[in-house]
Design a protein around this ligand. Structure first.
Ligand SMILES: Cc1cc2nc3c(=O)[nH]c(=O)nc-3n(C[C@H](O)[C@H](O)[C@H](O)COP(=O)(O)OP(=O)(O)OC[C@H]3O[C@@H](n4cnc5c(N)ncnc54)[C@H](O)[C@@H]3O)c2cc1C
Length: 445
């Protein structure tokens, strides 16, 4: 049965998809890559650039997973692990190498977008993270100092500046990373595929890998119409859980995230809450995010408390919240709502997984994967060409099924419900110098 494609804004605006020649029978390659998201495509591109013969197999169409469904925020850091935590968990040397990798993600995304000629579909405006409480402001100021010590273009904006950049008077300051910004993620995926093809990689769509077996020194990967015989395999299937993808999927917590986009808004309206056009993701547990696209459509998202909540209801809820938080006098018209699954690791860090001899996998998601997975391709290409896995900047983990995974899957909803109450309580304390209030009625249910 064919999977249905979600009603994303990006399918309407990304432009034509590259055409891939059909492939049947048996193909030999040095490396087989499974999964045509940002991680798989950057890996295939990097390998092909080194002259390594590479076949990428995608079950549906490239960008069918999180890479074609995300909000396109380019954020060069980890959402839950600040630089201090990373250094403590991995040690100074490895921690620094990983921070260097994620920190440079924004620059890499925009230099690739430039090479692809994405134009207005990629804007390096910087990324803004406003603090919803005094405690969050203190934490963010520490993060700013840590990123500055690592040489990153990260600064602290005071209360009036945060208000001027968002049009909202609830924030206690904001972290600003000048190397971040926003892209049309599906246009970026298409561009990566074109670069990979130009470098000599083979990409095959509608090729779900249904079986994989070790044969001599290498691996045979079976899809309905094609078998690939490869010396090495790289699996980039992220949160997918069906068939062989469950080898990675069972090691993470899947998180359903909804996104929506409005019809284009007049610039006189968007100038009030996005005068510099930066994408915004605040520090609330029930995170408030928004950005504009090239045509001034407003894009936002959220998680639902109930697993029964569908697209229509979530779309309405997210618009309610935008109207309330941004003080919009007219309700924008909803144009697209879609959902995707993000992969969350238990320590909120990306990981490499040794799945067998010359068979590796990786998860780089945790909700901020656009910049990081773009960098992951380099690391996976090193791993697939014989680098010692322990020497790479991304930590190695065992791809074990999480214990009590079904129950653990409820944890994000529990934390969201608790976080909503905490947000409501914390935000009663307004930053000094602002009389206006923004109520929390628009929270998602
Ligand atoms: C709704 C949503 C919003 C997000 N917003 C942001 C954001 O604004 N900024 C940000 O930085 N990050 C965001 N993220 C996270 C980001 O999208 C991901 O980290 C990133 O796209 C992961 O890329 P990937 O290549 O690892 O996986 P994916 O893009 O999920 O690719 C995996 C691919 O593997 C394929 N596959 C699965 N099984 C098989 C098989 N057996 N054979 C062949 N192929 C297979 C799938 O079809 C899929 O195309 C968001 C995620 C979601 C879900």
């Amino acid at each position: 049965m064919r999977a249905t494609h979600p009603d994303t804004l990006w399918r309407q605006t990304a432009g034509p998809k590259p055409v891939f020649p059909t492939a049947t029978g048996v193909r030999k390659a040095d490396v087989a890559v499974i999964g045509g998201g940002i991680a798989g495509l950057t890996t295939a591109m990097r390998l092909a650039e080194r002259g390594v013969s590479t076949v990428l197999l995608e079950a549906e169409q490239i960008g069918f997973g999180a890479s074609g469904r995300n909000a396109g925020f380019v954020v060069p850091n980890f959402s839950k692990a600040d630089p201090e935590t990373v250094a403590r968990r991995l040690g100074d040397e490895k921690g620094r190498a990983l921070l260097d990798l994620v920190g440079k993600g924004g620059e890499r995304v925009f230099s690739l977008a430039n090479a692809m000629g994405l134009g207005k579909q990629a804007e390096q405006t910087g990324w803004l993270q406003p603090a919803h409480s005094q405690a969050a402001a203190r934490d963010l100021q520490k993060r700013v100092a840590a990123w500055q010590a690592l040489g990153r273009p990260v600064t602290w904006l005071d209360v009036p500046e945060a208000a001027a950049r968002t049009g909202m008077s609830v924030y206690h300051g904001a972290l600003h990373d000048a190397s971040g910004g926003m892209i049309n993620p599906l246009a970026f995926v298409h561009g990566l595929a074109r670069l990979a093809l130009a470098a000599g990689a083979t990409i095959v769509e509608q090729a779900p890998v249904t079986g994989i077996s070790q044969e001599g020194q290498g691996w045979h990967l079976r899809t309905p119409h094609l078998t690939v015989e490869a010396e090495r395999v790289v699996m980039c299937t992220n949160a997918s859980e069906t068939g062989i993808a469950s080898r990675l999927g069972r090691a993470i917590l899947p998180l359903t995230v909804f996104q929506m986009a409005t019809e284009p808004l007049p610039e006189a309206v968007t100038r009030r809450f996005a005068p510099h056009r930066e994408p915004v993701s605040d520090t609330r547990a029930n995170i408030f995010t928004y950005r504009l696209d090239a045509e001034n459509r407003l894009i936002s998202g959220g998680m639902a408390l109930s697993p029964l909540t569908g697209e229509k209801r979530m779309g309405r809820k997210i618009i309610d919240r935008l109207v309330q938080e941004l003080g919009l006098s007219e309700r924008p018209r909803l144009a697209h709502v879609w959902r995707g699954t993000a992969a969350v690791t238990t320590d909120f860090l990306p990981h490499l997984y040794a799945l067998g001899p010359n068979f590796i996998g990786a998860i780089g998601c945790n909700g901020r994967g656009v910049a990081f997975t773009t960098m992951l391709g380099q690391v996976l290409a090193d791993a697939a060409t014989g680098a010692d896995l322990e020497s790479l900047p991304v930590p190695l983990a065992a791809a074990r099924a999480l214990p009590f995974r079904r129950l653990a899957g409820l944890a994000p909803r529990f934390y969201l419900a608790k976080g909503m109450l905490d947000d409501r309580r914390t935000m009663k304390n307004r930053p000094k110098g602002h009389a206006t209030t923004s109520t929390m009625k628009g929270e998602l249910t």
